[in-house]
Every structure is written in structure tokens, then in C-alpha cells.
Design a protein around this ligand. Structure first.
Ligand code: ATP
Ligand code: MG
Length: 344
């Protein structure tokens, strides 16, 4: 019994003023109070225990959370690192895709350079002969004829200069194409750019595969004027789209060689404040289940080793970076049209 209650108990028992009955009532009350006190103490004790276990559990949970936080931090770090690795791998891929398309272009470029070189060689030859003739005329004293020949030579030299410059431009374009990133927007003649890449792609394919043949049609809007773009980037987009078009007509030709005539057309059009560059083919077309995926990186239906599947995804990124968009319209077995829409 509780000490204080025990004292009260003793006092009650020793008291001479209380009747036995009164004493027994009071003693029972003291006993009840002691019991209640005991129960309260027990409860208090239990609460204390619960409190202590809770504290321990809490401490454990905190430690566990801390471990988890550290683990998350570590995996965050690892994620950051692999994101960086991914980014640099992507950069490398973009660069190698560029080099691959440069490889595709080399044959076309060689063909394009051959033309002006032929001019330079022929005009040089002719000019040499003309100068021999001029010397003869001067010996004869016919200065009028000599002057006429000199005029011809001057004209020839102008042509040599023109074609020499053209070859130089082609080489310059080739170097620009392989550069990592130029980032510089320039006022560009989009018709000339499209035409240049059409020729390069066509002659490039022809040089690789003599049996390849396709009619090319062009329809350039002469009122476009100059638009501000990064020429080598948009050039790559045009090249990708043209290459895809040639590939698609070539595939169809393999399937139905008889009556089929492959045609790839390129056109430009100014519409209000937009410029539209359309590349159209009458090739295989793109099946409905495939068309949603064509802009995804690495998506390709070409046999392994033939395509990276990066052509359209890169094109999409380039056009988006120019604030424009690429639209596709296709019908299986009939053909495909891609449109690049750029704001003026
Ligand atoms: N003009 C087209 N006609 C039919 N299918 C096309 C055409 N253009 C694109 N595609 C489809 O879209 C896919 C993805 O094109 P993308 O240019 O991104 O890659 P790729 O041409 O397969 O490979 P890469 O461009 O690296 O050579 C192609 O594999 C093809 O299935
Ligand atoms: Mg492609």
C-alpha cells in the first residue's frame, strides 16, 4: 500500500472517536484509493514504456531515412553523371552522323567540282591557243584582230575565275557541313541551297549506284528573297529529306521495276510570313503504324547498318531550333511529302 495511505489507514484504525462501522467504511475507501492509485501507476508506467519504445523506433526511422537520403543523393549523382555521359555520347553521335552524311556527299561533291574543273581546264586550253594566235596576228601587224582575240581571252579568263570560285564555294560548303556547330544565322538564298543539296544528293547516289535513277523536279518561288537561317543546318535537313525520298523511290523501284517512274520533287513557296520547303516523292510511303515513330531518334526501317535512324530526329531538332516545324503527309504505296515551314 502507498505509504501515505498506510498512515491514513493506521490513524483510522487507532482512532477512538470513530465507530467500528465508520472505521470499516473509511478503511475501504482508503483501500479503493490505493487500488486506483496502483492502476494509475501501472498505466503511467506502461505509457512511459510505450514512449521509450516509440522514441527508439523514431530514432531508428530517422537513421533509416538518413541512409535512404544518402542513397538517393548517391543515385542522383550517378544519374547526373550518366546524363552527362549520355549527352556527350549524343554529341558524338550527331557528329558521326554528320560525318556519315558528309561521306554520302563526297561522291556528289566530287561530281560537282569536276564540272567547274572541266571548264577551267578547257578555257585555259582554249586561251593558250588564242594567245598563240594573237602573237601571230601581232607579228603580222594586224592589231585589230589581235585586240579581238585579246577580248576573247579576257572573257575566257572571267569564266575561269567564275568556275574556279564555284569550285571554291563547293569546298567551303563541304567544310561548313562537317563543322561541329556554327550557330550563325545568315541571310540565305533558300532556293540555291535546296538546289545545291538536291544535286549533291542525286549525284552522290548515282556515283555509288549506277543503276539508280530518278527524275527530279524543281519548282522554286523566285519571290522568296533571302531568309535568315543557319544555312548548313537547314542544308542538312534538306539533304536528309532528299536522301530519304531517293531511298523510298529506289525501294519502290526494286518492288515494281516495270511501269514505275520514280520522281522526287522539291519546291519552295512563300506564304504570308512563312516559307515552305516541300520535298515530295512517289516512293513506298509510310505505313500508319510507323508514321508516329519516324521522328524518334534511332527509329529506322532500313536494314541494320544502312541507317542510323537519326536523320529525321536531327532534322526535327534543327527546324525546331529555327522556330519552325516539319509536317509529313504520306500514303502507303503512293508516296510522301515532307514540308519544312520556317517563319520569315
Ligand atoms: N520519304 C520517305 N518515304 C518512306 N519512308 C520514309 C521517308 N522518310 C522517312 N521514312 C521512314 O522514316 C524512318 C526514319 O527516317 P530517318 O531519316 O530518321 O532515318 P533513316 O533514313 O532510316 O536513317 P538515316 O537517316 O540515318 O540514313 C525511315 O527508316 C523510314 O522508315
Ligand atoms: Mg534518313
Amino acid at each position: 500500500m502507498n505509504q501515505d495511505l498506510q498512515k491514513i489507514n493506521d490513524i483510522i484504525q487507532q482512532s477512538q472517536h470513530l465507530s467500528d462501522e465508520e472505521k470499516s467504511v473509511l478503511l475501504k475507501s482508503a483501500k479503493d484509493a490505493d487500488k486506483a492509485l496502483e492502476i494509475a501507476n501501472f498505466k503511467l508506467d506502461r505509457t512511459e514504456k510505450v514512449k521509450r519504445t516509440t522514441a527508439i523506433l523514431l530514432e531508428e526511422t530517422i537513421q533509416e531515412l538518413e541512409l535512404k537520403r544518402k542513397a538517393i543523393e548517391e543515385s542522383n549523382e550517378a544519374l547526373k553523371k550518366s546524363l552527362e555521359e549520355l549527352k556527350s555520347a549524343q554529341q558524338q553521335l550527331i557528329q558521326s552522323e554528320k560525318m556519315a552524311s558528309l561521306g554520302e556527299l563526297t561522291a556528289g561533291i566530287a561530281h560537282e567540282i569536276q564540272n567547274p574543273l572541266n571548264f577551267v581546264n578547257n578555257f585555259s586550253d582554249v586561251s593558250k591557243e588564242l594567245l598563240d594566235e594573237m602573237k601571230e596576228e601581232l607579228n603580222k601587224g594586224d592589231t585589230d584582230e589581235a585586240k579581238a582575240i585579246a577580248d576573247d581571252v579576257i572573257q575566257n579568263l572571267e569564266k575561269i575565275l567564275h568556275h574556279g570560285k564555284r569550285a571554291g564555294d563547293i569546298v567551303k560548303g563541304m567544310l561548313q557541313h562537317s563543322r561541329t556547330s556554327s550557330g550563325q544565322k545568315e541571310l540565305t538564298n533558300i532556293n540555291a541551297l535546296a538546289d545545291e543539296y538536291l544535286r549533291l544528293a542525286y549525284h552522290g547516289l548515282r556515283a555509288k549506284d549506277k543503276t539508280f535513277n530518278a527524275a527530279t523536279k524543281t519548282d522554286y518561288d523566285e519571290n522568296i528573297g533571302l531568309i535568315k537561317i543557319i544555312p548548313q543546318d537547314i542544308g542538312r535537313v534538306i539533304l536528309n529529306l532528299i536522301s530519304n525520298a531517293f531511298y523510298a523511290v529506289n525501294e519502290k523501284k526494286k518492288q515494281q521495276p516495270e511501269e514505275y517512274e520514280p520522281v522526287v520533287s522539291i519546291s519552295t513557296k512563300r506564304l504570308n510570313n512563312n516559307v515552305e520547303i516541300a520535298i515530295k516523292d512517289n516512293g513506298t510511303g509510310i505505313p500508319k503504324i510507323v508514321v508516329d515513330k519516324i521522328f524518334q531518334p534511332f527509329f529506322t526501317t532500313k536494314p541494320t547498318g544502312s541507317g542510323t535512324g537519326l536523320g529525321l530526329s536531327l532534322s526535327y531538332d534543327i527546324v525546331k531550333a529555327h522556330g519552325g516545324l516539319i509536317k509529313v503527309n504520306t500514303k502507303e504505296n503512293e508516296g510522301t511529302e515532307f514540308k519544312i515551314v520556317l517563319a520569315f
